[in-house]
Design a protein around this ligand. Structure first.
Ligand code: SF4
Length: 292
């Protein structure tokens, strides 16, 4: 395994209250693996990714991250991540060990993401959203990572550009033998770009497995709800769009028992029990955090 996350917990003290946005998260990323972390906003996906790289300040962090891959990140909004007053080449060069390395790697990484050398002399505002995200990927590649964490890398882009950027990440990952952790709320992207998926809700992984198996026969009602909410091209034109009632609660207020019980269409009285963890382990389905 390139990296194993074991019982990761990230907690903050907020005005005297304990907030635990990530609770007991465990998963692995194999060498060259394509792993997805999927769930709604506020489920703890991004914080998990930042904690893996040691990028979380002022938190109480427990658990282990085993393995020491070179990690690079691509974040969701390139315009917010790029420095608007620095030329693109200088920003890519920042990740290189020396000026000599940067002279070689800047044109190399720009070519790898399909931009010409002239892009190095431009400012971010002179590039389109898709080109800016390509620059972010070039900045990541300049650090020669063996794990790329792509956190909602296409959320700010239009649909056509989304596909181009994700195809590009998949291509460069294949050609360089780089593993990818894709963080997204979009199950369509999970199906296309990952081989293993972890479904996250309220700071916990509620279901995991081979992407094809999970998406073809999801066991957890949350995964079922996410899948049902994906619009279908073959649905009747006047069919209402499916949605999941309710929202993810704040991490200071995770529900007792199964965190999903206030929104779950299959909830039973014992789902809210404080002994839920014991009931779940006795139910014989630990990879799926559900007793139904
Ligand atoms: S444990 Fe109960 S509330 Fe939670 S997902 Fe399963 S059926 Fe729903």
């Amino acid at each position: 395994m390139l990296l194993s996350v074991e019982h990761l917990r990230v907690a903050f003290r907020v005005e005297g209250r304990l907030s635990v946005p990530v609770r007991d998260v465990s998963f692995g990323i194999p060498e060259n693996g394509r792993v997805a972390l999927v769930g709604e906003s506020g489920c703890g996906k991004s914080l998990t990714a930042l904690a893996i790289g040691g990028l979380v300040d002022r938190a109480e962090i427990t658990g282990n991250v085993v393995g020491a891959p070179r990690i690079a990140y691509v974040f969701q909004n390139p315009m917010q991540s790029l420095n608007p007053v620095m030329r693109v080449g200088a920003q890519i060069a920042e990740g290189c060990a020396s000026a000599a390395v940067a002279r070689r790697r800047v044109p190399e990484t720009l070519a790898a993401v399909g931009l010409d050398e002239g892009a190095a002399r431009k400012f971010p505002c002179e590039l389109s959203g898709g080109q800016q995200q390509r620059v972010m990927i070039a900045m990541a590649l300049a650090q020669e990572p063996n794990l790329l964490i792509a956190d909602e890398p296409t959320t700010a882009l239009d649909v056509t550009t989304q596909k181009e950027v994700l195809d590009l990440i998949a291509r460069v990952a294949d050609s360089r033998g780089m593993a990818v952790l894709l963080i997204t709320h979009n199950l369509g992207l999970v199906a296309r770009y990952s081989t293993f998926v972890n479904v996250m809700y309220a700071g916990e992984i509620v279901e995991c497995g081979e992407t094809r198996a999970v998406l073809s026969a999801p066991h957890h009602p949350y995964t079922q709800g996410l899948l049902a909410a994906v619009p279908r091209l073959d649905a009747p034109k006047d069919a209402p769009l499916a949605d999941m009632p309710g929202t993810v609660p704040p991490p200071t207020d995770w529900p007792s028992g199964c965190s999903f019980h206030p929104r779950c269409p299959k909830a039973r009285p014992e789902c809210a029990s404080k002994d839920f963890n014991i009931l779940w382990k006795m139910s014989g389905s630990p990879p799926t955090r559900c007793i139904a």
